[in-house]
Design a binder for this molecule. Structure first.
Ligand code: SAM
Length: 201
């Protein structure tokens, strides 16, 4: 395993180092099945944000399905990797930006979550939940994959059901909560597909 100089996942340098060394155990290598289904089942094309997009496989799939999607990541190395994946035509939809500072140019319908909450230390989670809520108008949806574990060391930092409920219930109602069938090794048996609807107020 590679030796790492950086230890703080709150810093873009931490993720740069891992992308540069091609150490990405979280990387699915493609579009996960439940997201494919969610996109295909959507009655209308959605405007979606993919925060902490990493390789951003999902972006092209969303575009090819007629959606308007923007992928953001604060690591320049992640952005470079994503632009290679999405190709020249879609490269402009991958933006180097901090999730806490990025501003949408039009109201979002959906935020897609995968391995972003669990990439951050637990102390930051209330800020993440509040930002999700701030970015999504009432009726819009937060959907994706949530990692459940009580591991001390991370990333990935797992959440408990109680913690997730506590984080999201002030802003969101749970619409979908399902087992995942195509997890990669680091998440196997510990992740669930969930969709949460933004409540008014
Ligand atoms: C574990 S990776 C997951 C990448 C991708 N979502 C996936 O499923 O493969 C976490 C990503 O979140 C990015 N990230 C962490 N904090 C961020 C922040 N505040 N703003 C934007 N990106 C962030 C990292 O640079 C990294 O690419």
């Amino acid at each position: 395993m590679a030796d790492f100089q950086t230890r703080d996942p709150r810093s873009p340098a931490f993720w740069d180092e891992r992308f540069d060394k091609q150490f990405m155990p979280w990387d699915h290598g493609g579009v996960p099945a439940r997201l494919r289904q969610f996109v295909q089942d959507s009655p209308a094309p959605l405007r979606c944000l993919i925060p902490g997009c990493g390789s951003a496989y999902e972006l092209v799939f969303m575009f090819d399905s007629g959606w308007d999607a923007t992928a953001i990541d604060f690591s320049p190395a992640a952005v470079a990797a994503a632009r290679l994946v999405v190709g020249e035509r879609r490269a402009g939809q991958v933006v180097e930006a901090d999730f806490f500072a990025w501003q949408p140019t039009a109201p979002l319908d959906l935020i897609y979550e995968r391995a972003f909450l669990c990439a951050m230390p637990r102390a930051m989670w209330p800020q993440v939940a509040a930002r999700w809520a701030q970015l999504l108008p009432p009726g819009a949806v937060l959907a994706g994959y949530f990692f459940f574990d009580d591991n001390a060391k991370g990333p990935p930092f797992g959440v408990s059901r109680e913690q997730l409920q506590e984080l999201l219930s002030p802003y969101f109602d749970c619409l979908e909560d399902e087992a995942v069938t195509d997890s990669i090794a680091v998440f196997a048996g510990k992740e669930r597909w969930m969709a949460w609807s933004r409540r008014a107020g």
